[in-house]
Design a protein around this ligand. Structure first.
Ligand code: A2P
Length: 273
């Protein structure tokens, strides 16, 4: 049948996306003046592994898409997608993205990639997630994936932020996991959350790198140390954090893995603005 203006094909009453690869924003929550999270519809065809990232963005003033890499913060089984973002007031994308509202459209290229995936790690007993700032996003996905708890006896997630308010996203996510009807039973008593702040007083202060180097983390958690026999790690934060942690983990004898060559730890740079 040919569609004409007089004889239109009847379409379901859903909004037709106006952008290529458009997804509709369903929720937005602002945590601080520097941080916000949002959820969008998920393309039916999008399959991804928890911990991967995609390119997302908005149409720029010049009519070209302005895209950045964003870790998917939602788990692979979720019907929607979630993202956790910094707001950079003069950042080309986030200065605009921070104003999105439910019903708005964003561009999402459905080609997930990344190294913070279980496939890049050898089996082990204890899994560490080391995050600073919005580097927590891929772990928000992995912490809600049953595979994380099926593969490891113990999961430790550290999150270092400047101040206490910046820990809200990870704090609420972790505290909701035990009661989560879908994955609560997988989590059981395997998960330990280790939040630290560097610029505001809190129960645990200091950069995670320093707390590992002086043994504070191990003392607090009653662990002897990190070893390639038992421990696996994923790292996501600023370039500085990634380099410092790489050195620390290699000092413990861990080797960096990749999708094609799984080993003891993997690193990815958090989106920065
Ligand atoms: P600091 O306050 O000492 O710079 P940001 O918000 O700038 O992305 O930083 C997030 C957190 O990461 C801050 O608490 C910051 O500490 C910390 N951080 C920055 N660089 C490093 C690093 N090289 N090693 C460990 N933590 C770091």
């Amino acid at each position: 049948m040919t569609m004409t203006e007089q004889n239109p094909v009847t379409e379901p009453a859903t909004k037709v996306p106006s952008l290529p690869d458009a997804q509709t924003v369903t929720h937005v929550r602002h945590y601080t003046d520097r941080l916000f999270a949002f959820r969008t519809t998920r393309p039916r065809s999008l399959r991804f592994r928890s911990g991967e990232f995609v390119m997302i963005g908005l149409m720029g003033d010049n009519g070209k898409p302005l895209l950045r890499a964003y870790s998917i913060a939602s788990p692979s089984w979720d019907d929607e997608l979630e993202f956790y973002s910094i707001k950079v007031q003069d950042g080309p994308l986030t200065s605009k993205l921070q104003h999105i509202q439910p019903g708005d459209e964003i561009i999402l290229r459905p080609k997930p990639v990344g190294t913070l995936v279980h496939d890049a790690l050898l089996p082990g007993k204890r899994l560490w997630f080391f995050a600073t700032g919005t580097g927590f996003a891929p772990f928000a996905s992995l912490l809600r994936d049953p595979e994380t708890y099926e593969r490891f006896d113990q999961v430790i997630v550290t999150h270092t932020c400047r101040d206490v308010a910046e820990l809200t996203y990870s704090q609420e996510l972790v505290s909701g996991l035990a009661e989560d009807p879908l994955i609560g039973e997988f989590v059981g008593d395997k998960l330990t959350y280790y939040p630290t702040t560097t610029r505001e007083k809190s129960p645990k202060m200091g950069r995670i790198t320093h707390l590992l180097q002086d043994g504070t983390v191990f003392g607090d958690l009653g662990i002897d140390g990190i070893s390639p026999e038992t421990d696996r790690a994923m790292v996501c934060g600023s370039m500085g954090l990634n380099l410092d942690l790489k050195e620390i983990l290699e000092g413990f004898g861990l080797e960096e893995g990749a999708n094609s060559d799984p080993k003891h730890y993997v690193v990815e740079k958090a989106f920065v603005g």
